[in-house]
Design a protein around this ligand. Structure first.
Ligand code: GLU
Length: 501
């Protein structure tokens, strides 16, 4: 096989969604597996819908997912430019060449004429298709009209067929030429049609394998017709199955999060999404392993393990995978990734997180990461660290027993007076104090710990005290947006709210 060259060719008309992200990932994995090249090409010939902001966003999203490309609009390469809007003269040159070869022709039909034809076909129960009216015009006459400035599109003259290929996912696929019709290569406004530009680019960029969504299957025969007319060998094609939502209809926004942007905002880790997307329609050799590192994915990826049946997107499964990666992720990295969520919750000051804050956040994440599926859940999971309301702890239904129960009051009174004698609270000292309280009051187990937990957190359950206490102590010394109350502060406030002392 000649050196593998694949491309991801998004149109910058919106956010990158699951389907496109998977296409990008499969192309990338295929290129990396074979030591080939991965090309990013921006298909922005739809001037009305394409936006530069979407291009920037998509580049950012792909990088976030961990993909890189060997050639692309941002870094160039030997076969550029990599933005279709910058390649218009190339398309025009080949379209004119096809006219010279007698394989394409100028078409002067107006939109109204075409619409009438379309309606007639529909009425007669035929598939609408261009009649080929301008095929018969003498070439010189058409050229003269164009030279005089009359607007014209350029159409391919469909001949022969059927147009078929051995799809690397779907097997032999073939379309009869009479469902195709003489389609437009160049529009009268000078822009190329997708089915033309894509062929010119894939050929000139030496693309060996076209891996894309199966919504393009019906475009492939048209593209093959262009290859044939130009006398170029087509690349190999692999069309990836549709991605469905849990209700088995085509995945769309109404199923919830579907764009990379959405997943980033939810606090899904890129490695989790990457692993999850890799399994949407592909499986490793053993067919069962689900957690695959990037080197595993690259080593194992092959087109022959792609299934042609549709893949179902399952957010729960993605969350499960994210939990897995959250547990093993580097804590400093998690601290940085979680910080924006804590800023949003009003707990952290924006942008500036000095070293001691980041170290503290690492401890915080270590304490909560077992209990969360996404980073967006960090603020809720850490709420009892940031928020403390003694009045509420004393009166809310779940915890108010502590304020009233004489045994609980006895435990807390003893605890407060012993803690007050400490110069500084550490968990080790706290344990010693609790032990002394146990000896003094004779209370143990739940009778001992329930009041302490409620007084400290206002909740009957939550993080282990072993993790909580250092977080409160260290946190209370940091410049956070909402100051963290220390162990003794909390107990003091609880005592005041319950007239304990
Ligand atoms: N611009 C097309 C799309 O975004 C590319 C299709 C292809 O890969 O050929 O769907």
């Amino acid at each position: 096989m000649s050196r593998v060259r694949v491309r991801f060719a998004p149109s910058p008309t919106g956010y990158v969604h699951v389907g496109n992200a998977r296409t990008a990932l499969f192309n990338w994995l295929f290129a990396r597996h074979h030591g080939g090249a991965f090309v990013l090409r921006i298909e922005d010939t739809d001037v009305e819908r394409s936006q530069e902001a979407y291009e920037r966003q998509l580049i950012d999203d792909l990088r976030w997912l961990g993909l890189d490309w060997d050639e692309g609009p941002d870094q160039g390469g030997p076969m550029g430019p990599y933005r279709q809007s910058e390649r218009k003269p190339i398309y025009r040159r080949y379209a004119l060449q096809l006219i010279d070869l007698g394989r394409a022709y100028f078409c002067f039909c107006t939109p109204e004429q075409l619409e009438t034809e379309r309606q007639e076909a529909l009425k007669a129960g035929r598939q609408p298709m261009y009649s080929g009216r301008c095929r018969k015009r003498p070439r010189e006459e058409s050229a003269r009209q164009v030279a005089q400035g009359q607007p014209a599109s350029i159409r391919l003259q469909i001949e022969g067929g059927p147009f078929g290929w051995d799809d690397l996912v779907h097997g032999r696929t073939s379309f009869s030429s009479d469902v195709i019709g003489d389609f437009i290569l160049m529009r009268s406004d000078g822009n190329p049609a997708y089915n033309f530009a894509v062929v010119i680019d894939d050929h000139l960029m030496d693309i060996t394998h076209v891996i894309r969504g199966d919504d393009h299957i019906s475009n492939t025969p048209r593209q093959l017709a262009v290859y044939q007319a130009l006398g170029w060998p087509p690349p190999q094609f692999a069309h990836l199955s549709t991605i469905l939502g849990p209700d088995r209809s085509r995945l769309s926004k109404r199923h919830g999060a579907t764009s990379l942007q959405n997943f980033r905002e939810m606090g899904i880790l890129p490695e989790a999404l990457r692993n999850y997307l890799a399994l949407l329609g592909w499986s490793p050799h053993d067919g069962v392993t689900e957690i695959l590192s990037l080197p595993d994915l690259i080593a194992q990826f092959s087109l022959d393990r792609i299934t042609k049946s549709p893949a179902v997107f399952d957010q729960e499964k993605l969350n499960w995978m994210n939990r897995h990666y959250l547990r093993s992720a580097d804590l400093r990295r998690l601290a940085r990734l979680a910080a924006p969520f804590l800023v949003q919750a009003g707990y952290l000051p924006p942008d500036k997180w000095p070293e001691d804050v980041l170290t503290w956040l690492e401890h915080l994440l270590e304490a909560v990461r077992k209990n969360i599926s996404t980073l967006a859940e960090v603020p809720a999971a850490a709420r009892l660290v940031f928020e403390y309301d003694a009045e509420r702890a004393a009166h809310r239904e779940e915890t108010r027993d502590v304020a009233r129960d004489p045994a609980a009051r006895e435990v807390l009174k003893a605890l407060i007076s012993k803690l007050a004698a400490l110069p500084e609270v550490t968990y080790a000292r706290f344990r010693e104090v609790v032990k002394a309280v146990q000896e003094e009051t004779g209370k143990k187990g739940k009778e001992l710990f329930h009041p302490i937990r409620v007084a400290l957190t206002g909740a009957a359950s939550g993080m282990e005290l072993e993790k909580l206490i250092p977080l409160l102590e260290e946190g209370s010394k940091l410049p956070l947006t909402r100051p963290v109350k220390s162990t003794t502060e909390r107990l003091r406030e609880f005592a005041a709210a319950t007239q304990l002392l």
